[in-house]
Design a protein around this ligand. Sequence first.
Ligand SMILES: O=C(O)CCC(=O)C(=O)O
Ligand SMILES: [Fe+2]
Length: 267
Amino acid sequence: MKTAISEEQIAFYRQNGFVVQEDFLRPDEVEELKSAVLETVASMGTRRIADEGAPSKEKDGYYKAVFTQRINLWKLNATIKRYMLESELGEMVGKLAGVDEMRVWHDQALIKEPYGNPTAWHLDNPYWSFYSRDAISVWIALEDATLENGCMYYIPTTQKTATFKNVGIGKNLGALFEVYPDWKKIAPVALPLKAGSCGFHNGLTAHAAAANMTHKRRIAMTCAYMPGGSTFNGQQNILSVDYVKTLKEGDILNNEAQNPVVFSKEN
Ligand SMILES: O=C(O)CCC(=O)C(=O)O
Ligand SMILES: [Fe+2]
């Protein structure tokens, strides 16, 4: 895992809300992580989220055809846990975001199946159970992600002007621009990635992915990280009913079993 990150990359991320790390994983690491992801996804059947008591319903037909989405695989598979909770990766996301502590929010396998629908423009953080301007995700290509098979697109600098208003990932590709009409003036950037390369994006950066116009799967593994000290905002999102019952708005999300620390400046 290539976790060294330059001052230029940090500056680019802070300005644009995303950045790329070429050759993040070596080919043998890609194979190891991809096998673990495919095996774990298969073991979950139609269950979307690993956690007991979490919302598990498959979404509607259109959403299902955007990607095969499986969440919190790190709880089921030791190899995935080793990669997603790797402390050097934790330090990397901490440095990019400029925060002193990072916890896992959730991981997700995102497989855009052959002829899968595009992923409509959206923000991530407003869906989650905490609000933060410094949440960050890593998106690792486990197969080449290309313009043809649904690579990611970002709209630079949107993390700076985003509020926590959002739209769902629905059939209307550009619904987000009804909420943020000014963003129509900014050119999006496509980010094709070789297998093993990754992108990082802020939880408030507008992003999307194109349709998969190929007969092969676009396979990605992603993980979202939550700054330490983030507090519950009242949204269940992926949390289990039982856990949400123990929370009230404003509580710090510091349950180590649900949101383990991956980076702490003190250590
Ligand atoms: O992989 C995709 O199609 C979308 C990914 C995404 O929205 C994310 O990683 O936040
Ligand atoms: Fe997203």
